[in-house]
Design a protein around this ligand. Sequence first.
Ligand code: MD3
Ligand code: FE
Length: 210
Amino acid sequence: MIEGFRLLADHIPATAQKRLIEEVLGLTAEAPFFRPTMPGSGKPMSVQMTNLGPLGWVSDISGYRYERLHPETGRPWPSIPQALLELWRNVSGYDADPQACLVNFYSPTSRLGLHVDADETAKDAPVVSVSLGDRALFRLGGQKRSDSTSSFRLASGDVVVLGGQSRHAFHGIDRIYPGTSRLVPGGGRINLTLRRVTAPQERAGTAPDA
Ligand code: MD3
Ligand code: FE
């Protein structure tokens, strides 16, 4: 197993999961889910997305990047809920707060192909992921696409901390197991990923490689 990967199984109690999903879905009234498209081809992804926090990850025909405004409403993203900031402070081991919480919504047929998260300039910050709703088959590889992979089932309430080498590893979601949770109204899976985008001393918008 790759260094830096921590799976905190069933970390979030059921009552806290309910509060969290209600809060996040409430915020999607202000920042609705949108369907990102693949850079180059413009082909729609099967996962729908939105964001919370000062920065949000977006993808369209021209590329992947972090933006301050929702691509469809033109409004700033809602704030990251306090419970998620506290989770980050408790498990990340990082001394600055996250700037983005990407919210991914998976229907029963959604998948997320193997990829590396490389749009953040804070290269030493971990990513913290929270799984809510239906179970999913998660695959984690290594630094090269050709490296061997391991698969795990992620269930509602599981938290994954991707630090060290795992932060730069290939990963994806191979499938959803529909009907395995009643947390998300209407079914499906929601994954929250907390990210530090810019290094703490670096001013937003003045990334060294921007
Ligand atoms: C490993 N999300 O948002 S969560 C993503 O379930 C993403 O929605 C998946 O991949 C999901 O980019 C997987 C676990 C995860 C999240 C971020 C990572 C694993 C990661 C970043 C680097 C390495
Ligand atoms: Fe990812």
